[in-house]
Design a protein around this ligand. Structure first.
Ligand SMILES: [Zn+2]
Length: 282
């Protein structure tokens, strides 16, 4: 069996047997992969509990020859725990969101340096950014991941013809971005958006220093969420945890998952429970 070594970020793990884990990773050399980590659930394992979501490290693994069998992890040497993401829930949710997004967008067994860079730089920036910049950092990483998959929305020129956008910045989700006046008239999917939100997102993509408040950030989510749903065919689970902090709650009421920001942990395959477990332990 050929042996490989690559930098890798753990996206998700599921318990496979009493002692083993199946681990989803995004890697620098091979894109998205799955491995089985035998013995990883034992107290004294060579993996030493490092196979947790959002931990980056050097993975050594055996490549199986048959397509329908799993690769086998040999070693995982953590190089960055991203501990700062576990400092508060808004950071943690945004980190988990990026992991969920690359798990959907990332191609299996196909290296994508742009995706690797957007993911790892994005996570590091989420660790270090001030609270009021978390959404800007997330949007930049998110758009970087979309670009790496060839899905970046057109924000500064008409997605159909390249002309300047209409003054109201109408957007067509299936059309791939903003539209000029002529194409907005002929596209039944064209919808009104906030020109300020589209311009802010374009500035974020350009790398400009941007200060945007919760109102504009929510409008940007109103744009990105349906765009992602269109391309992925489903909503990302973590999306619903990205807005709460920005919206003041008028009065206490019972929401899914109970009080505060505790998420719904019903699905054992969801990455959030394990991240929370890890956050408690560290
Ligand atoms: Zn046009």
């Amino acid at each position: 069996m050929p042996i490989h070594t690559t930098q890798a970020l753990v996206l998700r793990t599921i318990e496979y047997s009493e002692t083993s884990l199946i681990v989803w990773l995004y890697t620098q050399e091979l894109g998205r992969i799955h491995v089985i980590a035998k013995g990883a659930r034992r107290t004294r394992s060579t993996f030493e509990g490092a196979l947790e979501p959002l931990v980056e490290g050097e993975l050594v693994f055996y490549r199986k020859k048959k397509a329908d069998t799993l690769d086998i992890a040999k070693e995982f040497d953590p190089t960055n725990y991203h501990r700062g993401l576990r400092r508060d829930l808004p950071r943690l949710y945004r980190g988990v969101y990026l992991a969920e997004l690359i798990n959907e967008l990332g191609e299996e067994n196909a290296p994508n340096p742009k995706a690797w860079s957007a993911l790892t730089v994005g996570l590091n920036n989420l660790v270090h950014a001030p609270d009021n910049q978390l959404d800007v950092v997330l949007f930049r990483a998110e758009l970087g991941l979309l670009e790496s998959a060839g899905l970046q929305p057109s924000l500064s020129q008409c997605a159909a013809c390249g002309a300047p956008p209409a003054p109201t910045y109408p957007v067509s989700i299936p059309g791939g971005g903003v539209l000029c006046e002529e194409h907005a008239r002929s596209d039944p999917a064209a919808r009104q958006t906030s020109p300020g939100a589209v311009k802010t997102l374009a500035a974020i993509v350009r790398g400009d220093a941007v200060q945007s408040g919760p109102g504009v950030n929510n409008q940007i989510r109103d744009l990105l969420d349906p765009f992602l749903r269109h391309h992925l065919g489903k909503a990302l689970r973590t999306t619903r945890y990205l807005r709460r902090r920005a919206r003041p709650v008028a009065r206490p009421r019972v929401v899914t998952g109970g009080p505060g920001e505790a998420p719904d942990l019903a699905l054992s395959s969801d990455p959030l429970p394990r991240v929370h477990d890890a956050a408690r332990r560290r």
